[in-house]
Design a protein around this ligand. Sequence first.
Ligand code: HEM
Length: 409
Amino acid sequence: MIRQDLTPSELGFAPADLSFIGNPYPVYERLRSIGPILYDQQTDHWLVPRYADVNALLRDRRFGRTYHHLASDSEMGRPDTPESLAPFWHLIRNGILDMEPPDHTRVRKLVSKAFTPRMVEGLRERIQAIVDRLIDGIAGAGEFDLISSLAEPLPVEVIAEMLGVPSSDRHLLRPWSAEICLMYELNPSEEYAGRAVNASVEFSDYLRMLSRERRADPQEDLISALAQVVEEGQRLTEDELIGTCVLLLNAGHEASVNVTGNGWWALFRNPDQLRLLRHDPSLVPAAIEELMRYDTPLQMFERWVLEDSEVCGVPIRKGSELGLLFGSSNHDPAVFRDPDRLDVTRVDNPHLSFGAGIHFCLRAPLARRELEVSFSTLLRRIPTLNRVAEPEWKAAYIIRGLRGLRVSA
Ligand code: HEM
């Protein structure tokens, strides 16, 4: 019996602690059993651990990804943004993930329209070709790191190709993205903040130059399509174009890398499930959904409380922050039978890993396609793939994944 007066920290919620990061699920079980909402003093977040509440709050416009469309920092009772972080925040606030309606509605519609069916269709074959090329490079290697040789390069290549970033510049993208994503963690250090600011400046300058080139000389790619929209009028600003491209490049791969790494690691620890997949590759699409549920790649997303509200029966003040626990929701027994069991044949699987509501992942179909191709091709081409050693987790809770995953072919 868990004492009802314990705080999240006392229950083991410790997002800076590697042992919690390695396996947060037993702690989530305790949080869910205590109640629908718990204040965590350490992070100054109201944590929401149950599926039904997270699903409802993601769709409730009293809570936003940002509050800057309504109020200043001081009006929300928050400290001003330090001047030194201005380049980072300017970039982030110009991407759709950190917008709320009406700007979000306008920019999301324009970006969705710019992904032409031809562009998406052309990607199917390209994804298979990229996966084949990457696996050619490792198939005879004996032992290799699955993260650096496949999980990381695949989504970068795909999104870079879709946007139209020249091959010769693609090596720049992953370091920029990784540095910017450090800021998505809770309480990033000053050193991380400085690195994220530098990356924001360099990445923005690069995309500004590229989009101007494409405006003058359009190609069959997403940057040209978006640059055309900027050219035609005031419906999309150049800063919004840059913010959204950076978001696509970052969102487009950090989560996918973690689904591949965490997913294979889960399969290695559940050899009966891996055997099932090897025998019946038609299970791959269901398996991808299950791997995304079982070890959720993005553990928590935040929402600002935009007006004084009652949340799960508790009055919460405007300017507070909610921590919606996706990993916990995806293990809620009220929705998932036997939630701590990996079951690649699970059919009823409404996991929240792609979010819900107006910010639902814009490119979930692309992410699914990429993962299906990479898992099925690896299963087929390297049927003896196995782990070599226990991997280490990165010291990151929100975008949670492995440092590396040594495997043998
Ligand atoms: C398995 C991989 C992926 C996962 C788990 C994932 C997850 C998510 C989640 C949870 C959100 C919503 C965040 C919130 O509500 O606060 C989101 C939004 C978004 N994702 Fe993904 N994503 C993945 C892959 C991708 C890819 C490949 C792209 C683009 C190439 C992408 C582009 C976006 C964009 C642009 C948004 C913002 C949508 C909006 O604010 O309207 N994602 N994603």
